[in-house]
Design a protein around this ligand. Structure first.
Ligand code: GLN
Length: 304
């Protein structure tokens, strides 16, 4: 399979469609990003990198980081974590407060904001320096120091985090937050403000395609059973209330962020990251999803 030719073909076809969405602006600093940026990087399991467009430019990975933080705490809790957060698709927007009250403070899954706040709380309980250790973990997955936290995005989101703050209080009221609300919010916003380019993001997802073993870190990150579950969660919950649509059109485990990034994996073959900041009304990148749809249509193999 000539992956380079494939992603170049996809890149061109998507660009020709002239899709128009909206750059996220509820975090004011994200609104400054050039909406026409578009890049794709594919990394196979030998470590070969294929890229097109703005694939070497760092962008705000936002909610994609929820996958990294879950991977960090998964094996630290055994099954106990799953009494604090469910594993069902939410069918609701990523920042829904209503659902949290109906379901008595147990978030539907770890990838909506409420669920990721519980995971941040778990990180604080289990790690001495959670913020630094998140960065170290991702750098290890990529094989070099690449992660930067964008301080203005961090500050901008902290200054406008009323909804997430409300959710954190709700969670605490139901006994589902152990640490201070401020610390949980800061840890959560910090990992959302990390920046990486498509190549490094795809590398950080490589172990999900490789039964839990990272060729860049040269060690097992998750055992096969945990890895299988991470992929299942991404497939069913990675795109909020558009997860079914993503599975239907693309058919890969993946995760989106409001910075316009999408990371996805084709188990036993490759990981891929796409970035285009213009979003649809569900907060997912229009071009990135289209690119992955065209790509999986053109491949001669699939997950199913
Ligand atoms: N930091 C963002 C928020 O909490 C992440 C949301 C996203 O990427 N979907 O709203």
């Amino acid at each position: 399979m000539d992956y380079q030719a494939l992603i170049e073909e996809v890149y061109k076809e998507v660009n020709d469609l002239n899709l128009k969405g909206k750059v996220a602006d509820y975090i004011p600093e994200l609104a400054e990003v050039d909406g026409d940026k578009f890049g794709i990087a594919l990394v196979d399991l030998e470590g070969n990198v294929y890229g097109v467009g703005d694939y070497e430019e760092a962008f705000s990975i936002q909610s994609i980081s929820k996958v990294h933080t879950l991977a960090m705490v998964f094996h630290k809790f055994k099954s106990k974590l799953w009494s604090r957060v469910n594993v069902e698709p939410s069918g609701n927007p990523f920042n829904s407060i209503a659902q949290l009250e109906y379901e008595k403070g147990i978030p539907r899954n770890p990838f909506i904001n409420a669920g990721a706040l519980v995971i941040s709380d778990a990180l604080i309980s289990k790690f001495e320096n959670p913020k630094e250790e998140i960065i170290d973990f991702i750098n290890e997955l990529v094989g070099h120091q690449c992660v930067k936290v964008n301080e203005s995005v961090y500050q901008s989101e902290l200054d406008h985090s009323e909804r997430n703050t409300a959710m954190a209080y709700f969670l605490k009221a139901y006994g589902n937050i152990e640490n201070s609300i401020q610390e949980v919010l800061e840890t959560y916003v910090y990992h959302c403000a990390m920046e990486m380019c498509c190549v490094d993001l795809a590398k950080s997802f490589s172990f999900f395609a490789n039964n839990g073993y990272s060729i860049f870190a040269d060690r097992e990150i998750l055992n096969e059973s945990h890895n299988k579950r991470m992929n299942a969660l991404m497939l069913t919950c990675g795109f909020y209330d558009e997860s079914g649509e993503f599975a239907f059109r693309v058919g890969l485990p993946g995760k989106s962020g409001v910075g316009g990034g999408v990371a996805a994996v084709m188990p036993n073959k490759f990981s891929i990251a796409v970035w285009s900041p213009q979003l649809n009304e569900k907060g997912n990148s229009l071009k990135s999803i289209k690119a992955l749809e065209l790509l999986t249509d053109k491949l001669h193999f699939s997950l199913f």
